[in-house]
Ligand binder design. Structure first.
Ligand code: SF4
Ligand code: SF4
Length: 237
């Protein structure tokens, strides 16, 4: 089996001694198809502009089949900043993009989006939980915030007079056990009043990797396990 080696380097400024490097902007299909060396060095100038980073991601995905012919790929992230979440997310996506299959690219992007949203919420009590009741539902007898659904028809049960039950995926620690990205993206009017609302285009791994149908699908599927959501994502790819 062919072995691959991807080396990702992060630098502030590029060492001028590096010969035979290709800037991602000038990397073209012609070069990728006809170059003979076994190594390739790709320089990516990191930006704070998500659209530019998205363009680079898309370009690497488009050229993926040609990248596979190199045993050794070095990617130099020029101007990489550890404190910038999108730089870190970009870096994490590189391995599956260069060597993984479609499933592993989508899975990585999905996990990065979940991690981002978890780190946004966990430990901060943004929902103002007090005596197990969140700020939005404090006047109701509801102790699990919005992790509840109708008993049989999870979203349409209201029309059938079904009662609300706790979501079976809610862990004892109050966290979701199944990485449901659609739920994580949800914000109720209480949070929106506090200025907390997520749009797909604000979540770099989702915005840069998935197509428009996958984005709508991800946003609309709630109360579901990651592995089931991944089936839909693959179907819509
Ligand atoms: S998102 Fe809104 S309804 Fe859900 S737990 Fe937070 S405050 Fe409560
Ligand atoms: S699937 Fe949704 S409703 Fe159920 S525990 Fe996870 S986040 Fe809460």
């Amino acid at each position: 089996m062919k072995s691959f080696n991807l080396s990702i380097k992060t630098v502030d400024t590029l060492n001028s001694n590096i010969n035979k490097k290709d800037y991602i902007d000038s990397l073209g299909l012609f070069k990728l198809m006809f170059r003979r060396e076994s190594n390739i060095i790709i320089v990516i100038p990191m930006s704070s502009n998500e659209n530019i980073l998205k363009k680079y991601i898309r370009k690497l995905m488009r050229y993926k089949n040609y990248l596979l012919k190199w045993n050794n790929i070095t990617i130099i992230l020029q101007g990489f900043c550890n404190d910038k979440i999108i730089h870190c997310q970009f870096k994490e996506l590189l391995f599956p993009i260069c060597y993984g299959d479609k499933y592993s690219i989508y899975s990585k992007a999905y996990d990065l989006a979940c991690d981002y949203l978890d780190s946004y919420f966990y430990g901060k009590n943004l929902c103002d939980f007090c005596d197990n009741k969140c700020g939005y539902k404090k006047d109701f007898d509801l102790e699990t915030g919005c992790c509840r659904h109708f008993e049989k028809h999870r979203q349409l049960g209201l029309l059938l007079g079904e009662k609300l039950v706790n979501c079976e995926y809610l862990g004892n620690n109050g966290r979701c056990n199944v990485k449901c990205l659609g739920c994580k993206l949800y914000t109720c009017p209480y949070l929106e009043k506090k200025g907390i609302k997520f749009k797909i285009k604000d979540i770099f791994p989702i915005n840069s990797i998935f197509n428009w149908m996958q984005k709508i699908y991800i946003k609309s599927i709630i109360y579901a396990k990651k592995e089931d959501i991944m089936k839909g994502i693959m179907f819509l790819s």
